[in-house]
Design a protein around this ligand. Structure first.
Ligand code: COA
Length: 354
């Protein structure tokens, strides 16, 4: 029986560290509010012009190097992102070309914050079916394209300008502060290899989606529901800025993540006591603390990094994996539970042995 083993991982964090205090220069917010309500202390932003693929390239190179895999061995790419470089083509092929891979199949998947878990299932299914042996699974995002801030606001954020923002702009930025303070840019990748024998690799997946309430977390405009798909009216209304009903999303995330974690453990005859580590999507530290309490998992088994990076959507779980792997926290055979929830709504859990 072939199993999908995570053989190496890598990540890329962009250069511009932005503290909560810096955001308070361009909207009515504070370090205390953001820390207390979300757990975020800093996030990193790309320079203007850097794309999701640009971040994914070094992350993937590091993953290949740590796995001891040459680019020509890769036989499948799965790229999870909700912030692609272009409407089309997808990022998978762009990454394939930039890494100098053979012309292998490349999937682009859009399950937002659950994207990496969906990607792992695709990789595992290809391994089990004998369709691929060495797969690059990437989660990467450049959220700063969603931040509808003026050049003046960006200059204030960077500390280049001291003068206060014009009142209208300050008000506009404040209206969407519940959203913009949460997110950061980042990329992470893993190399999945076909592995013979039990005791290591992906054990099980449990994925779900329910689109009934998609509009509680979505980008309302700039899509092919409109003809043309983008126009001045949409831009003027700000329809390119995501809508997020924070309290609803918070409730759904805590409920679904708890349920799916319990269900995957139960159907594998496992308990939380069998887990070495739990890596949860990093959307809000309070969501994860709630899930941790509901599952009864001790602090030492739960790793957070939202304080450093904010929510990096498809990148959060592989970023956590990469940090833990490099810190020696995932040994051969260690059982790790990955849990995510995201727009769609989508959610899922994956059990992996290191
Ligand atoms: N700074 C200061 N005040 C803020 C703020 C900010 N960045 N964002 C919102 N507020 C204010 C609100 O305007 C509101 O003010 P009011 O009481 O005067 O009306 C107050 O804080 C409480 O707002 P509320 O939305 O109830 O706060 P909350 O505790 O629910 O926290 C979120 C808001 C967005 C942090 C929280 O709901 C959340 O994290 N939800 C899940 C989001 C998520 O996971 N998204 C990604 C999904 S994968």
């Amino acid at each position: 029986m072939l199993h999908a083993l995570i053989a190496g991982s890598g990540s890329e964090i962009p250069p511009n560290l932005v503290k909560n205090e810096a955001l308070a220069r361009i909207m009515d917010t504070s370090d205390a509010w953001i820390r207390e309500r979300t757990g975020v202390e800093t996030r990193y932003f790309v320079d203007a012009g850097t794309s999701t693929t640009d971040l994914a390239v070094p992350a993937a190179r590091r993953a290949l190097e740590r796995a001891g895999v040459a680019p020509e061995e890769v036989d499948l790419v799965v790229f999870a992102t909700m912030t692609p470089d272009h409407f089309f083509p997808g990022n998978g092929g762009l990454l394939q070309a930039r890494l100098g891979l053979r012309p292998v199949p490349c999937f682009d998947i859009r399950q937002q914050c659950t994207g990496f878990l969906y990607g792992l299932q695709l990789a595992d299914a290809h391994v089990r079916a004998g369709l691929a042996k060495t797969i690059l699974v990437v989660g990467a995002e450049v959220h700063t394209g969603f931040m509808p801030w003026s050049a003046g606001a960006w200059a204030r954020l960077a500390g280049d300008v001291d003068a206060p923002l014009a009142p209208g702009e300050w008000e506009f930025n404040t209206r969407i502060r519940h959203l913009t303070v949460l997110f950061g840019d980042g990329a992470a990748a893993v190399v999945v290899r076909a592995h013979e024998g039990a005791g290591r690799g992906v054990v099980d997946h449990l994925l779900a989606a329910d689109g009934a309430d998609y509009d509680k977390l979505c980008v309302p405009g700039v899509g092919f529901k409109h003809r043309p798909f983008v126009d001045h009216a949409q831009i003027d209304r700000g329809d390119f800025v995501p809508i997020m009903e924070g309290r609803y999303v918070f409730k759904m995330a805590t409920t679904r993540m708890t349920e799916v974690a319990q269900a995957i453990l139960a159907r594998n005859g496992l308990t939380t006591g069998d887990l070495s580590l739990v890596l949860m999507h990093q959307a809000n530290k309070r969501i994860n603390e709630y899930v941790q309490r509901a599952l009864g998992i001790p602090d030492e088994k739960v790793v957070h990094n939202i304080h450093k990076y904010g929510n990096t959507t498809a990148a959060t779980i592989p970023l956590l994996w990469d940090e833990c792997a490099r810190a020696g926290r995932i040994g051969p055979g260690d059982l790790v539970l990955l849990v995510g929830f995201g727009a769609g709504m989508t959610w899922g859990a994956t059990l992996v042995r290191g």
